[in-house]
Design a protein around this ligand. Structure first.
Ligand SMILES: [Zn+2]
Length: 196
């Protein structure tokens, strides 16, 4: 059973949990709760600015923020990052205590933001040795291709209460279109067991 990322790199799903044999997204109510929450949150955070960029530029200069390509953390306490700032996150996670907070989701995100906002960064070229991201702007693509309209349809079927709990604004779905897919998504399987 393969692991796949959808829309953003980072969170990984068992392929069979999220796709039918035909490669269609499964109905959300057939997914287990954790998977469903992550899929729904992906529909919210995909297309949003990198959190680290935002800490630097703020709403006033939001256009200077890179679009996030990677998601870590737990649903509703996600940290979303661009490729430029992923090394900072990984350094914080591995070397500055982030890994100890994986069971405390809100502290997890807050601690990273505080650490980053204090001006802390990964050492130069940290992370480059982990894997090479050949093109920072390469959009991580769904594998197999996700028909995101299907996701919107599925979201429409969910109870409003569920959607409220996950902070979904159906009018604000902003999901990157998968373009012609090749398979060159970096292998981040090492992070899979972080469950971040
Ligand atoms: Zn960034």
């Amino acid at each position: 059973m393969g692991k796949v990322s959808i829309a953003l790199r980072g969170w990984r799903f068992d392929e069979d949990d999220v796709f039918t044999d035909e490669g269609e997204l499964r109905p959300l109510d057939e997914m287990d709760t954790d998977t469903r929450e992550r899929i729904v949150r992906l529909s919210v955070v995909a297309g949003q600015p990198c959190d680290a960029c935002w800490l630097i530029h703020g709403d006033a200069n939001i256009e200077q923020c890179n679009v996030a390509r990677i998601v870590y953390g737990e649903p509703l306490h996600e940290v979303v990052l661009c490729a430029d700032h992923e090394p900072d996150f990984l350094y914080w996670f591995r070397e500055r205590g982030g890994a100890d907070l994986t069971n405390r989701p809100s502290e997890f995100e807050d601690d990273f933001y505080a650490w980053f906002d204090d001006g802390n960064r990964a050492p130069e070229d940290y992370g480059g040795m982990e894997y090479v991201n050949t093109d920072p702007d390469d959009v991580p693509r769904p594998q197999p291709d996700v028909d995101m309209p299907t996701l919107e349809e599925e979201l429409a079927k969910l109870d409003d209460e569920d959607l409220d709990a996950l902070d979904v604004d159906l009018d604000d779905l902003d999901i990157d279109d998968p373009d012609d897919g090749d398979d060159d998504v970096p292998d981040d399987s090492r992070l899979g067991d972080l469950d971040v």
